[in-house]
Design a protein around this ligand. Structure first.
Ligand code: GLY
Length: 394
């Protein structure tokens, strides 16, 4: 008994170097992905969420989330090395190939890098590389020299219907930059990385408040490059801090630092991360918007926690001891909460995590299981395993 307690104390003191959440996470992931494969046998459909009726809801290559399901399959293949997972991952990845030509919105990074990016990383198949480069080319068609950033959505009315957005850029767009850096690395053509660098710089300048929280949407004048307004679409209000928006920024600028090694970004991303960490509740899973006045009764967003945990594990490796340890331990705390019964879907449901919030003002996917929470959760678990085993985190 004394020995057992001592081992537990030792694990706790060593910063939680316990791999049990990783093992448990992947056991459950295998179970739940098997349920999804039974429910959705063909790669025309991509799991997205579980409806109020308890049934799996899918999308059909017409949304922004289809890359996450093959991405989950790739991570489970990476962890287990089982050929069946690889076969499934290839099937749901290759079916997305036509999207490489997509230019009507910015989400091609999520769609293609989470699927084909992992596919190329794990198989080295050159055909996947070509798909990714073409996807990067498609994304660059949405870049404009005047604004210095990539247009997220085409012209639309603002959420409240009062304003018009001519050149809306959303913070989520930071997640597309990894695809561009990849394209430069494999082609040797700097054009993609230049677009990514410019987008990161413009966004850092125009999309953040003094406290380093961010505006979800910045609407530009495409002729002059001027900022017309800063607003929200998915957050509580124009001036609130939408949790997933902050998570996208932490992840995005961690990637920008990795790819540029520019110390300004290392400094910047810590400020962006710190304002998020300061506002977390005790279990480290944020309310969907840090400024929702109904907190503590507001819904949580497990997806923001997954994204942030994954980013902080990477960021921790770029920082000297104290700050790096702080981020690593925060990420472990997030993953420990997400791995608890409160946030796990349980055996019978075809998803990993409960309690994400998709689009509250639109009344959609509130307190729900959503595929992108699952994707970043198992990505973070793999990163944690790599960290514990002293391997490269990504
Ligand atoms: N990229 C859309 C979202 O975060 O909900």
């Amino acid at each position: 008994y004394v020995l057992c307690i001592s081992v537990l104390v030792l694990i706790a003191c060593s910063g939680g170097e316990d791999t049990s959440i990783v093992e448990q996470g992947f056991t459950r992931a295998e179970q739940q992905l098997s349920n999804q494969l039974k429910a959705v046998p063909e790669a025309t459909e991509y799991p997205r969420t579980i409806g109020k009726d308890g049934k799996l809801k899918v999308t059909r290559k017409n949304d922004w989330t289809e890359g996450f399901y093959p991405g989950c399959l790739w991570y489970v293949y990476e962890y287990t090395n089982k050929e069946d997972w690889k076969k499934a991952a290839i099937k749901w990845t290759e079916s997305l190939e036509p999207l490489k030509k997509m230019t009507n919105h910015h989400d091609i990074g999520f769609l293609m890098y989470c699927s084909f990016g992992n596919a190329y990383r794990l198989t080295g198949n050159e055909a996947y590389k070509d798909v990714l480069v073409e996807s990067a080319r498609s994304l660059c068609t949405r870049f404009n020299e005047k604004t210095g950033c990539i247009k997220s959505w085409n012209y639309r009315k603002s959420w409240n219907g009062k304003d018009e957005w001519f050149y809306p850029v959303i913070i989520d767009n930071m997640m597309n930059l990894e695809l561009l850096y990849f394209a430069t690395k494999v082609t040797g053509d700097s054009v993609y990385a230049k677009v990514a660098n410019r987008h990161a710089e413009t966004t850092a300048k125009n999309q953040f408040r003094e406290d380093y929280s961010n505006y979800h949407v910045v609407n530009y004048d495409a002729e002059t490059g001027e900022v017309l307004n800063q607003a929200t679409c998915q957050g509580f209000s124009d001036n609130s801090a939408w949790a997933r928006g902050q998570a996208w920024a932490i992840y995005g600028y961690t990637v920008v630092y990795r790819e540029t090694l520019d110390p300004r970004y290392l400094d910047f991303v810590q400020k962006v991360a710190d304002v998020y960490l300061e506002r977390l509740p005790e279990d480290y899973i944020p309310y969907w918007d840090f400024d929702d006045p109904s907190i503590p009764n507001a819904p949580r967003d497990a997806s923001a926690a997954s994204v942030t945990a994954s980013a902080l594990l990477e960021l921790s490796t770029y920082l000297p001891d104290k700050k790096g340890d702080e981020y690593k331990n925060a990420a472990i705390r997030m993953l420990t909460s997400l791995s608890s019964d409160k946030y796990q879907c349980g055996k019978s449901k075809p998803a990993f995590l409960l309690h994400s919030t998709g689009h509250l003002p639109n009344n959609s996917e509130i307190d729900a299981a959503i595929i992108y929470a699952d994707y970043y959760y198992i990505e973070a678990l793999i990163r944690l395993k790599n960290l514990i085993e002293d391997k490269a985190v990504i």
